[in-house]
Design a protein around this ligand. Sequence first.
Ligand code: GDP
Ligand code: MN
Length: 380
Amino acid sequence: MKLHEYQSKQIFSRYGIPIPRGKVASTAQEARQIAEELGVMVVVKAQVLVGGRGKAGGIRLAKDPIEAEEIAAKILAMQIKDLPVRKVLIDEAASIHSEIYLGITNDRAARRPVIMASSAGGVDIEEVARTTPERIIKVHIDPLLGLRDYQARDLAAGIDLPREHWRNFIAVAHGLWKTYTECDATLAEINPLVLTTENRLLALDGKMIIDDNALFRHPEFSEMRDLDVEAPAEVEARKYGLSYVKLDGDIGCMVNGAGLAMATMDILKLFGGNPANFLDIGGGANAERVAAALRILLSDPNVRTVLLNVFGGITRCDEVAHGIVNAMKEVKPKVPMIVRLVGTNAEEGRRILADAQMITAETLVEAAQKAVAAARGGLG
Ligand code: GDP
Ligand code: MN
């Protein structure tokens, strides 16, 4: 889950990272009031969860509250990369001497977090990474030891930061590390971290991605979720406690258990098929949940067939079958439905489903072959 700039910066500030004074507004009038309260020149910033807002015209300076209102009205009417701007951040404008990049993310290959810094911060950091990667200094962090002072000093030296700013820079790096670990983030980034003409370090922009699997530990983040950026099917799936990821194939998969879902997708590929999604309906799939899953699958126009692969353990297969039959009465799928049921009372379950005109299979191989054939128009 991505956080907005204003949310990320509020969190940074709790961890001692200096940010500009400012507030978020949903209307141009509010923007004007905030600019009046701040009483200085402000910057009006579109709050959308995409990069490159500056280049898209979503970040503009305003010399007084009246101009702040005008600019806010314009920015609030914008769409940036197809996303509507619903809020603007009104920040005290900074007088920039230089722009630094500072970010922490997980380096999966190194199996540990990595902190990165560059003196070439600002809007073109992706370009810097592509063309002059040596200008980005990387230091890996031992997750048990945490960020050490000497590592933060290495970064400061690596980006040729003047000595007088090291103490503040190291404090910001520690603050960012604390933010990253305590918030269960997979990314915590400041770009730019500016050195102002008054010789202060200030986080002008903030970006955070929170690990979705850790959200249960942070109820306050769930309330920050911005549904504009998420696929409607994924929002719907979350409502029913389903794990759903849309893919670009044509075989809809409904499976209980993440491992079984992965195996199902693999075997479809082995037989030349292409899964339309990853979907784990979880344990104890009742009719309501199965129906929701089926609705979500069938809302994808690419889906040409549906493969249900269910292992009945504690949940009995005949119960699952009744759930599927009830769900089909509600959803009425028009594409072939192939089902493989194994486990407790599997035979009884298969009988119920065959009566409901579903194509049944006994093994995963048979199910995958039938699904691939059906997707090619050769079945059902
Ligand atoms: P992004 O384009 O979405 O990354 O948005 P940023 O918040 O990083 O802003 C982009 C650029 O706008 C920054 O790199 C700065 O150069 C500039 N900018 C942002 N805030 C201010 C400010 O308060 N004063 C000045 N002079 N420039 C700013
Ligand atoms: Mn930025």
